[in-house]
Structure formats: C-alpha cells, structure tokens
Design a protein around this ligand. Structure first.
Ligand SMILES: *[C@@H]1O[C@H](CO)[C@@H](O)[C@H](O)[C@H]1NC(C)=O
Length: 448
C-alpha cells in the first residue's frame, strides 16, 4: 500500500523548464550502486536515484511563480490540465538540504522530515541516468541491507517495484521524464499525483482534509506493484499487488480506481506477526530490528527459468552471519512460509478477506510485469489514510475483534501512527537501504 505523496517545497530562487524542466536548482542524482552476482562472483555497477516529481517545486516556465502550492493549483498558470503542463516546470532538488536524502554511493539514507518536507520517494536510474533501471527478478533473488532501527509505529520505510514507464512518460507535454522522477504509478491507483501522462491532474483537484501538502485529482495512476519491503522496527510485510492492465493505466472513477478496479489494492501479504508469530520480527526478536540486517527475496518460477510463470515468493534474512528463514504461518488453516497461490487462497479465506489477488491474476500476473520490467522504488512515508495500522497496529480494521485471526498486525497501539504525532515526535526517523544485489538463488548473500 502506498498512498502518501506530498511535498511542501517551494524555492524562492528563479530559472526553469510539471512537465517542462526547471533550472533554478541544479539536479544532481545521488549515487547508489547495484551489484550483479553470479556463481563466480559479483560486479558492482554505479547507478543513481532520482526524487519523484511530486515532491518537487513546480513553477512557471518563465519565472518562479508557483504552479502548485500546499493544496492548490494556481488558476492563472493552470486553467486546465493541458495548459498547466505547458506552463509549468519541475525543478531540480536539493536532496540533502530539502529532502533529507543522502548517499555514500552504496547506502541511501532517507529521513522522514526535513524542514517543511515530509517523506520522499526515489527511483533507481540506469547507469546513464536517462531512464529508470528496469528489473526482471524471475528466477532471481533481490537482496539489500536495511536499517529500520529508528522507524517507529506509523512510519513505513518501503522498498518495492512499480511498473512505471521506463522513460518516465516523456512526451511532447512531458519534457522532464525519468531524470526528474515523473511517471509514478502503483497498485493503489494514487490520485495525488500532480501530473499523469503529460497532463496536470488539476481539473477538479480536491484538497486533502488531513494533509496540508496534498490533494486528489480526477485521475489515478495504476500499475503493477511488488512490495518487497514495507516496514518499520515493529512489523514488516512482503506483498505482491497485480493489476489487470500492463504498464501505467489511468483510472478516472471509483470503479476502475477502486478495490474491484484495475489493481489489487489489498494484495497478498506475508506479515509474520499477522500470521501468528509475534516473536519473529522486532527489537530483540529473532530478526532484531534494533540493528542492521540483510533481506533476501526470491522469485521462483514454475519451470525453474526466467521464462516461466512466477509461482512462489520466498524470504530469507541474514543477520550477524546467520541465515534466518521466514517462519511458517501459525494460523490454523493457513500453512507455509512463503507466498504461493495456495497460501493466498487460504489466507484470504481464513481472514475473511475478498480474494482480489486472485481476481487480478495472482502471481502469474505479477511475474508478467517483471518480464516487461519494473522500476525500483525507495521511500519513507507516513499514512494519512490509515495511520499504517494495516502494517503494525494491534488491530486493523481498528474496530475489529482482536481475537479474530488476521486482525493483529503488530504491537502498535491504535492511534500511535497518526501523522501529526509521528511528524512531531519522530521527524528524524531515517531508513537506510544499502548493498543492493541481484543474482541467481544463493549468489547474493553468505552465512558465516
Ligand atoms: C517464530 O519463528 C521463529 C523463527 O522461525 C521460531 O523459532 C519460533 O518458534 C516461532 N514462534 C512461533 C510461536 O511459531
């Protein structure tokens, strides 16, 4: 689940070219390496990351008037979505100063709040920095180190894949593209995206009731999403979210944007706590979130090749040289320690959830998205919709009976994840993602 997108950042400097390119702040992509492994060894490649356009200052192409500020569009520059895209430019980003994003080349640090900015979302670029790096993880494993030790209830450090357009959706009305972080989409079909397919989402934009930096337009940006990692120090989930359309698809009404629409918004999640193992993940637990560890996610196909259909997603952890498998479900009626079609069916049935995972094509559809190529997303966010209770709360829905299986997601008291609380008490919460590796099973990690 990814719903929070916002940025309250307006430069006061001048010079630029939504969708055109602004030049008032120089855009310098933070470096981030990607290592490719085989049985004979690993090779490190230098890549970089780019901040999503939604967080950036959007101003007039001719000067420095805001096209968008807080929750509203300037009606002179943006009388309609098409004109707005022509009149407005997204500018470069001061990654560390404004957004709290820093890198040493191998590890990216992302802080929740810096000044008036809250959260951020970044995408890995290809080595040349012009397009998003596309990943196909079928018959491969994806590995990274993570430090979630400072992420409290209500904060989500997320590493995942979305089927975004490789060039960010470059077009006659989007000159910015991937080097400025355009083209985002995910399985929640977010409507808070300011520009979609080269058009501002400004016609009929409704300010958010809770979030002073956000709003929603008439268009939602839907696409396949594979949540490798959604986590804080309390809980974690791995969740495929397939969609019935390939690539970025725009939804425009409650039906196509909703639960039975283009994408499986709920997904099929594996959260050990929700599956009854309350001693597996957390500070001082089997995977001890008070210090760094390695997360390995394997994508197994039905014929043991990259050409096959995705049939299973497995998770391993490595901490202090010890390999730790995902625990088996402890819930009666749900078995297994990985995501398979059977696991998803059983889980939906026992938890009383509608199986929208299955109706959107399940693992096979998720795998097909990888064959086309998906973009790596790294983010930190807090949740104005559900206060992250679906990830870490003692009960979700918050009013549900906690003795029912599937209701408890973690140890966070109801309300602890409220954005106002989180932003005032835990603004310095910082997630670190590092040593990202891809390769055949067993090549990207070691036990000692
Ligand atoms: C939770 O998982 C750990 C690690 O696999 C295991 O040792 C422990 O027995 C599990 N606890 C329960 C209650 O299943």
């Amino acid at each position: 689940m990814h719903t929070a997108i916002r940025a309250a950042v307006f430069g006061l400097s001048a010079g630029a070219l939504a969708q055109q390119i602004g030049t008032l702040t120089k855009e310098t992509h933070p470096p981030l390496s990607l290592t490719h492994c085989t049985a004979s060894g690993c090779t490190k490649e230098q890549h970089s990351v780019v901040l999503d356009a939604n967080w950036r200052w959007v101003h007039s192409t001719s000067g420095s008037n805001n096209c968008y500020s807080g929750q509203t569009w300037d009606t002179t520059l943006c009388p309609d979505g098409a004109t707005c895209a022509k009149n407005c430019a997204v500018d470069g980003a001061d990654y560390s100063g404004t957004y709290g994003v820093t890198s040493d080349g191998d590890t990216l640090s992302v802080t929740l709040k810096t000044g008036s900015n809250v959260g951020s979302r970044l995408y890995m670029l290809g080595v040349k920095g012009q397009n998003y790096e596309l990943f196909d993880l079928l018959n491969q494993e994806f590995t990274f180190d993570v430090d979630v030790s400072t992420l409290p209830c209500g904060v989500n450090g997320a590493l995942y894949f979305s089927e975004m357009p490789r060039d960010g959706g470059l077009s006659a009305t989007n000159k910015a593209g991937a080097p400025y972080g355009t083209g985002y989409c995910d399985s929640q079909c977010p409507k808070d995206i300011k520009f979609i397919n080269g058009k501002a989402n400004s016609d009929g934009w409704v300010p958010s009731s809770g979030d002073k930096n956000s709003g929603a337009g008439p268009m939602g940006a839907c696409c396949n999403e594979m949540d490798i990692w959604e986590a804080n120090k309390i809980s974690t989930a791995v969740t495929p979210h397939p969609c019935t359309k390939n690539g970025l698809a725009v939804c425009t009404d409650d039906t196509t944007c909703g639960a039975a629409g283009i994408c499986d918004r709920a997904g099929c999640d594996f959260n050990a706590y929700r599956l009854g193992n309350t001693s597996f993940y957390g500070p001082g637990k089997t995977v001890d979130t008070s210090s760094k560890f390695t997360v390995v996610t394997q994508f197994i196909t039905d014929d043991g090749t990259a050409a096959g259909n995705l049939k299973e997603i497995r998770r391993l952890y490595v901490q202090n040289g010890k390999v730790i498998g995902q625990p088996k479900s402890d819930i009666t009626g749900i078995s297994g320690d990985s995501i398979t079609e059977d696991f998803c069916k059983a889980q939906k049935s026992v938890f009383g959830d509608t199986n929208t995972f299955d109706t959107h094509g399940g693992l096979k559809t998720m795998g097909a998205a990888f064959k086309r190529g998906m973009t790596l997303v790294l983010s930190i966010w807090d949740d104005y919709t559900a206060e992250m209770e679906w990830l870490d709360g003692v009960a979700y829905p918050t009013t549900a009976d906690t003795s029912k299986p599937g209701v408890a997601r973690g140890t966070c008291a109801t309300g602890n994840g409220a954005p106002a609380t989180v932003e005032s008490n835990s603004g310095s919460a910082t997630v670190k993602y590092g040593n990202i590796k891809v390769g055949p099973f067993g090549t990207t990690y070691k036990s000692s």
